[in-house]
Design a protein around this ligand. Structure first.
Ligand code: UTP
Length: 291
């Protein structure tokens, strides 16, 4: 069955980015000149996704406004003859068919996926975190969907990480199938270097099948009182073949302050209109040691 839908959970509190995320959703913070979530929606659309389910919550109205038509703004830009900007603004509301579902309380990223159940229905779907920009060529979600079509089961996006980083991730116990493709036998959350079964970390998005919803329904809350998708996936691995795909691409966890900064710098350098000037500016900086 074709993967047409993507769920983007965007209802979290974003405490790692406070105070910036107090009144502005972290998914709406700009990377250069576009909000984080627009990169994610564009990547999904470029991957062939037609229906996007965004999970929002209290204080996240700016996300809906961003993907909605703003007649006042368009009228103003048209009258002033700012056609290029007008096209950019119009392109945003034409991107995809966006459906919003509400998570009444931020009860965890797994719970956020569960509230999208009715909007997803009985078909496979992608899950992309609302604060994770993953860029690749071909688009990473496309790579994952292709893997899903080849392997016929849920796909977890993974990348190899340095051993010093093992304790930050869910590390996978896998069996290699062919280049970049693995069967998953287990996931160990934040292991020590010695405990980690491989160097593959659960990093990317996911392509999942609707049976994960039943598992999420019965998944118990973790330590912080939240329901995590990672816990449901651990159960899923016991019940059916689950696969990992080592995608080719660069990921920025923009919900983390340092990664947010890196995303701004690296994506600005890729922009034709000011990349050169920005590059010279960066070169001119006296990068002394920290105070
Ligand atoms: P994070 O794991 O970054 O969660 O969520 P968070 O709670 O927003 O962040 P911190 O740790 O407090 O800084 C990954 C994605 O899942 C969404 C977030 O909005 C983010 O896009 N999410 C998380 C939800 O939709 N609901 C939740 O209850 C938790």
């Amino acid at each position: 069955m074709k993967v047409r839908k993507a769920v983007i959970p965007a209802a979290g509190l974003g405490t790692r980015l406070l105070p910036a995320s107090k009144a502005v959703p972290k998914e709406m913070l700009p990377i250069v000149d576009k909000p984080v979530i627009q990169y994610i929606v564009e990547e999904a659309v470029a991957s062939g996704i037609t229906d996007i389910v965004i999970v929002t919550g209290y204080g996240k109205q700016a996300i809906e406004n961003h993907f909605d038509t703003s007649f006042e703004l368009e009228f103003h830009l048209e009258n002033r003859g700012k056609h290029e900007t007008l096209e950019q603004v119009r392109r945003i509301d034409d991107l995809a068919n966006v459906i919003y579902v509400r998570q009444k309380e931020p009860l965890g990223n797994g719970h956020a996926v569960l509230v999208a159940r009715a909007a997803v229905g009985d078909e496979p779907f992608a899950v992309l975190w609302g604060d994770d920009i993953i860029l690749g060529d071909p688009p990473v979600t496309r790579q994952m969907i292709d893997a899903f079509e080849r392997l016929g089961g849920p796909i977890i996006g993974v990348q190899a990480v340095e051993s010093i980083d093992y304790p930050r991730y869910g590390m996978l116990e896998v069996e290699s199938i062919r280049e970049r493709e693995y069967r998953v036998h287990g996931v160990i959350e934040k292991p020590t270097v010695e405990q980690s079964p491989s160097n593959l970390a659960q990093i990317g998005g996911f392509v999942l099948t609707p049976d994960v919803f039943d598992i999420l329904e019965s998944t118990r809350e973790g330590t912080a009182g939240e329901i995590y998708l990672a816990d449901a996936l651990r159960t899923l691995v016991q019940e059916r073949p689950v696969y990992a795909y080592e995608f080719e691409g660069r990921r920025y966890d923009t919900g983390d302050k340092l990664d947010y900064l890196k995303a701004n710098v690296e994506l600005a350098l890729q922009r034709a209109e000011f990349g050169d000037e920005f590059r010279s500016y960066l070169r001119s900086l006296n990068l002394g040691t920290a105070a």
